[in-house]
Design a protein around this ligand. Structure first.
Ligand code: SF4
Length: 470
């Protein structure tokens, strides 16, 4: 708990922590998934709720600058610019799960909150109206965030559909291959457009360079650590890191990630000690700046279960550091769609090297005998699917034909399940797993129909609707 906070605020946070459980808060209205305050703030800061709102008093509110996510005591976001009914105001933004948290946390009596120009919340009591006032008795405009504003709602945690052949497999077998191809191409294009909308919201909120950086960072988290990589990229924006000395940058990345505090220097191997010493010499000077991020509920939570050594987040963070060291080469082809060249970008990524991380899986492992690729071809494909094409396609639609040629990524459990349910052991299963867009199209159908179905296929409308696709 941050000892620089006023006592009452410290206690309020402590109390909330105690009652909200160790890891997760109960679901908030409109969200199917348990939502922590940290996750809400991350979604807001990523621009996922959009940038134009109506205030609770009917004001027209537009976010011009999302500011900086505050790493210390005080309001959540500093130095923001907001247009309220056409008038530009600059100041801080506070985001709370419940409108009453403002008073529960005593922000209304705390001068540190006097510069707040906007109070965001998700929940409010149905009966009473709660106003937000500063210690100077200034009323603060409020916005109630609606989960429906999120492009895809919130990725809901849904149980996987059973691994068995589905009712749609019969009409799919009766369709021509050309019809199945066009179905999957269409659902893949729909999926790509949704990714594109989300990504361009981040561009609108934080600029293109930050959007590129934070979405590439997310792909380095694989499926289990995307969120901590996003948080890290939000806490350490590219404009802060890009011009730094590499070792200084790595000190911040590994320090804010929590890996330096968690790695005992005395037990480290020789070459790791040399590396750690360089990072620690720089990190301790900045550590106090990031105290908020070490509070319970705000610290980075890495998922280290069942990871292959090459996917350990420490090694992935080493890859991010190497990417940032070659940032101009990595980001320039993505800044203008006309500059994009798939082969040269792939080479730029797969040839990245790092003195320490090209030879180590973690800060605890022995050195490898030979360098190991920091970013392999599969990871580059993943970046293309989730960052490059969603970013560039609206500006250069002709890239769609290039996208259609991308080979399939390694499959995962979700893809395997979708294939089994839709195709079973028919020849379609092999024919429609060769390209990336096949997988993406299958995943979209699986998520739209299989995960929404609770009738063992009986009430699913997909099989009957397939006749319209012929
Ligand atoms: S739920 Fe619908 S789409 Fe999924 S396998 Fe069953 S019939 Fe097919």
């Amino acid at each position: 708990m941050n000892s620089t906070l006023p006592l009452a605020e410290r206690y309020a946070r402590f109390r909330d922590d105690v009652f909200s459980g160790l890891d997760e808060s109960p679901p908030l209205a409109g969200f199917a998934e348990p939502m922590t305050e940290l996750h809400l703030q991350s979604l807001w800061f990523a621009g996922e709720f959009g940038s134009e709102f109506q205030g609770t008093n009917g004001e027209r509110i537009q976010i011009r600058d999302f500011g900086e996510w505050n790493a210390g005591a005080g309001p959540d976001f500093r130095n923001c610019t907001v247009l309220i009914n056409g008038e530009t105001v600059s100041g801080d933004i506070e985001l709370d799960p419940d409108v009453r948290d403002w008073e529960r946390h005593q922000h209304g009596a705390n001068e540190a909150y006097n510069q707040v120009v906007l109070h965001l919340f998700v929940d409010q009591p149905s009966s009473d109206r709660f106003f937000t006032r500063t210690s100077e008795h200034r009323e603060v405009p409020q916005v109630k965030l609606d989960p429906a504003l999120l492009v895809d709602g919130l990725a809901r945690h849904r149980m996987p559909a059973p691994a068995r052949l589905g009712r749609c497999s019969t009409p799919l077998r009766q369709m021509s291959e050309a019809a199945v191809q066009s179905l999957l191409e269409a659902s893949a294009q729909y999926r790509l457009q949704r990714k594109s909308q989300r990504l361009h919201r981040v561009v609108a909120a934080h600029g293109r360079e930050q959007a590129i950086y934070q979405t590439l960072a997310q792909t380095l988290g694989y499926s289990s650590n995307q969120r901590p990589f996003l948080l890290l990229a939000q806490r350490l924006p590219v404009r802060r890191l890009a011009g730094m000395e590499p070792v200084q940058r790595e000190a911040l990345l590994f320090g804010v990630a929590g890996f330096l505090d968690a790695t005992p220097y005395d037990e480290a191997r020789d070459e790791t000690r040399v590396y750690l010493r360089q990072l620690w010499e720089r990190w301790w000077k900045h550590r106090s700046e990031f105290t908020r991020w070490t509070e319970r509920g705000y610290e980075m939570k890495w998922n280290l279960k069942s990871l292959r050594p090459g996917n350990h987040p420490q090694r992935r963070l080493g890859a991010l550091a190497a990417m940032l060291a070659a940032w101009s080469r990595v980001s320039s082809p993505l800044k203008q769609a006309a500059a994009w060249n798939r082969d040269s970008w792939t080479t730029s990524l797969t040839s990245l090297l790092h003195d320490y991380w090209s030879l180590h899986y973690t800060l605890h492992s022995d050195a490898a005998k030979r360098p190991i690729a920091l970013i392999g071809e599969t990871r580059v494909q993943e970046m293309m699917a989730n960052v490059v094409y969603p970013l560039l396609m609206p500006e250069r639609p002709a890239l769609w034909s290039e996208y259609l040629e991308l080979p399939a990524l390694l499959d995962n459990q979700k893809v395997r399940r979708a294939v089994l349910r839709l195709f079973g052991d028919s020849p379609l299963a092999a024919a429609f797993q060769k390209k990336l867009h096949h997988h993406q199209g299958l995943l979209q159908v699986y998520e739209d129909f299989c995960l929404e179905d609770h009738s063992a296929c009986d009430d699913c409308p997909f099989p009957e609707r397939l006749a319209q696709w012929q």
